[in-house]
Structures are given as C-alpha cells and as structure tokens.
Unconditional design. Structure first.
Length: 236
C-alpha cells in the first residue's frame, strides 16, 4: 500500500549523528526512493526495497520517513528547492532565452531517464491519492507561478515583448515541458537532441525577445551547438 509504514515497535534507538551526517543519510534515502519508485512503481515498491537500495536498516529509515507518502513529499520538496534556486538564477540572467535553453537541456538531457519516469509515477498517483495530490499540485502551482514571475519581470524590463500575458506563457511553457518529459520517459528511441532545438525556437517565438541577436543565438541549445562545432572541425 502507498501508505505503508513501519510498525513503531520496530523503531530502534539510533546513535546521535552530526547534522551533516544526518542530511547526507536523508539525501541517500531520497535518492534510493527515487530509483525504487521509478523501477517498480509506488505500490509494488516496499520500504524494505528502499532500505536495500540505500544500504541502511529499517530502523534507520524510519527515523527520517514514516511512510512512502512521506518519501514522496520529501522527493517533491527537494525538487522544489532545487528549482527555486535555478529560477532565482534564471530571473537574474542577462540572456533569458539562453538561460531557459540551458535549464531545459539540464532536465531533458543531463538528468537520468528514471527521473522522468518518476515524474509520471508521481503525477499518476496524484489522481488517486489525496495526500500525494496535495503535494503534487502545490509544487506544480509553484512552478507555473514562478515561471510567470520570471516572464513578467523580463517583460517589464523590456527584454521580451510577447503577445500573450505572462500567466498564459507560463502555462504553455509548462505544457511543452510536460510533453517533453513524458516522451523521454516512455520512448527509449526518443531523439532529444533533434527535438530540443525546435522547442527552443518555439519558446523564443512565444517570448519574442527584443534583441534579435539574442533570438538568433538561442535557436541552438548549448549541447547541440557544441556538436555542430565538433562536426565542422572534423570535416575541415
């Protein structure tokens, strides 16, 4: 069951650890939970599976998380904190579109594929489990509102001149991201390097940067640009 917990009677007295050691262990547990949930699904995965993946005892896991729902909340909140830092950097970037392309490349290319599968698991479980739904919708709303704020600030600063309001832009960009992540999760043959430059052009058109030079420079994401450069050198 998704709400599976350890019996309190099993809880053992753990030695007091330094704060940094506790944080490192908590991170290791969340990393293990991500892998296990993506591999087996929330309902087939057990807390014992996560203990094995993390290399810890059941008692040690129970100190940090009482149930699989707690683990989901921990994973989602960790992702939100990571995104918050990335969006703070995004809002300060002198070249918004290049920064957006770099952020998209990180999530669509650099992060492992199992994280995209995990996103599908969380979204699917949110349609059946009210507790997971509350966590999922809270972070989803945070992401959309944060992008809206970034776009609105860029518009007010004169960096972009979109036809649509910032809220609508945020919704559309979120939909593009959702589709991209879904395809990478379910299609082993998906060629992200072929599709990503097209998506970047689409977002560039939507945002309509004021500086044409910026719009031209952002059409090719960093990784694709590097590949193009390497091919040119090889052919010369």
């Amino acid at each position: 069951m998704i709400g599976e917990t350890f019996c309190p009677a099993r809880k053992t007295v753990m030695p007091k650890l330094k704060p940094e050691t506790q944080q490192a262990r908590r991170e290791r547990i969340l990393d293990a939970a991500e892998v296990c949930f993506a591999r087996a699904g929330f309902h087939r995965c057990t807390m014992q599976d996560i203990c094995k993946e993390a290399g810890i005892s059941a008692g040690a896991l129970y100190v940090y998380f009482a149930s699989k729902e707690d683990l989901i909340a921990g994973i989602v909140e960790r992702d939100r904190a990571k995104l918050a830092a990335e969006l703070a950097d995004l809002s300060k970037a002198p070249d918004l579109l290049s920064a957006l392309a770099r952020l998209g490349e990180h999530y669509a290319v650099e992060e492992p594929q199992y994280k995209r599968v995990l996103g599908i698991e969380i979204g699917g479980e949110s349609t059946r489990n009210p507790n997971v739904a509350a966590t999922f919708r809270s972070v989803d709303a945070y992401c959309r509102q944060s992008f809206e704020q970034v776009f609105e600030r860029a518009r007010q600063d004169g960096k972009i001149k979109p036809q649509d309001d910032s809220g609508t832009l945020s919704e559309v960009v979120s939909l593009i991201g959702d589709g991209l992540f879904w395809r990478r999760a379910v299609d082993p043959a998906f060629d992200i390097h072929k599709v990503l430059p097209v998506l970047v052009r689409m977002v560039s058109t939507l945002l309509n940067p004021i500086d044409p030079a910026v719009a031209g420079a952002v059409l090719t994401p960093p990784a694709a640009a590097a590949d193009t450069s390497e091919r040119s050198e090889a052919s010369s």
